[in-house]
Design a protein. Structure first.
Length: 335
């Protein structure tokens, strides 16, 4: 008689517990997400540790951290659960009901797009799906968004790239004209005819901290491709504070017109034409293949798209100065 293998001792619920505990990095949070109790999840985690031969989750400071093996198992566990939902779930596996959903969403986003974007997204999500939770991560130099997507730590990343990473799915949200935001008394405002490419490159610039070490950012990346460089006097990770810094100095901030238009209404700053012919800034939402077919994740991407559409339409109304680019593309295409 054949001896039972380790596979014979594993139920699908154990795989779900494995994926949730590693993703949440907390037994208590996993229990809440699973609709279970902490003692029950702890007991299932002990079974998993015995079956896998690895602690899976270990103490790290005041919290918990997955082991290297646990991180390796995260994606296969997620894939197995998706296949199981397809096989056994029928139509219900493909359904997502926002009005009754009790799900947590995690996104990573820059604040370069529009200062009204994240508040607008929060408002929409909490109106349409009041039971969900939203966790927002900042895109910063020490945040590896590609790894976070691959590990299932976030469902979506939103930002701008000259060339988005090729291994991810993407949807272009919109494109925006590149302009210079300067103080009202800046020479570019007082004497626009003297605002040449040479003067622009020699001016003192304010630039965001790159998204990862060694990166240049989309503006400096484009300049480097043309054999040009500018003088960056200030780098800041706080892009939302950049317009106030510009208003109190002769620094130049080079970014999209939509972002600048929000601050030109309430600060002593002006958006002026950039004397260097930059390509439009393209903003995207990116996601991993692991969540590509998820009904909940697809719904989230649709909400992001619609919020951006509304913001752009508002900015293009006759009462506001319109961005130079066309309406955002809404078609999801694999990278």
């Amino acid at each position: 008689m054949a001896q039972p293998s380790a596979l014979d001792k594993i139920e699908l619920q154990l795989v779900k517990v494995l994926h949730t505990v590693i993703s949440e990095r907390s037994v208590s949070r996993a229990a809440l997400k699973l609709g279970s109790t902490q003692p029950a999840v702890s007991a299932q985690l002990r079974r998993l540790r015995h079956l896998v031969g690895d602690p899976l989750l270990v103490r790290a400071g005041s919290g918990m951290a997955p082991t290297p093996l646990a991180l390796e198992l995260l994606e296969p566990a997620g894939e197995l659960l998706r296949h199981a939902a397809t096989i056994f779930g029928g139509g219900s596996a493909r359904a997502f009901e926002p009005a009754t959903a009790k799900q947590a969403f995690r996104i990573a986003a820059s604040d370069y797009l529009d200062p009204l974007f994240l508040p607008g997204l929060v408002e929409r999500l909490k109106t349409v799906a009041p039971g969900i939770e939203l966790e927002i991560h900042a895109l910063s130099a020490d945040y590896d968004y590609r790894r976070a997507l691959a590990r299932g730590e976030v469902e979506l990343v939103i930002g701008n790239w000259l060339q988005p990473p090729g291994e991810l799915h993407l949807a272009r949200l919109f494109s925006d004209e590149v302009v210079c935001l300067v103080a009202q008394d800046h020479p570019a405002v007082r004497n626009p005819r003297t605002w040449t490419a040479e003067r622009y490159l020699a001016a003192e610039h304010l630039a965001p901290t790159p998204l990862h070490p060694g990166a240049q950012g989309v503006i400096d990346e484009f300049l480097a491709q043309q054999g040009l460089s500018r003088r960056i006097a200030v780098r800041s990770p706080y892009f939302g504070l950049a317009p106030l810094m510009v208003a109190r100095s002769h620094l130049v901030l080079t970014t999209g017109r939509l972002f600048c238009s929000r601050y030109a209404q309430r600060l002593p700053v002006r958006a002026v034409k950039c004397p260097v012919a930059f390509p439009p800034l393209s903003y995207y939402q990116l996601w991993h293949d692991a969540t590509h077919a998820s009904p909940a994740a697809r719904w989230l991407r649709e909400q992001v798209r619609d919020v951006v559409r509304n913001l752009v339409a508002e900015a293009e109304s006759p009462r506001r100065r319109a961005p130079a680019q066309d309406d955002p593309s809404s078609q999801e295409t694999p990278a």
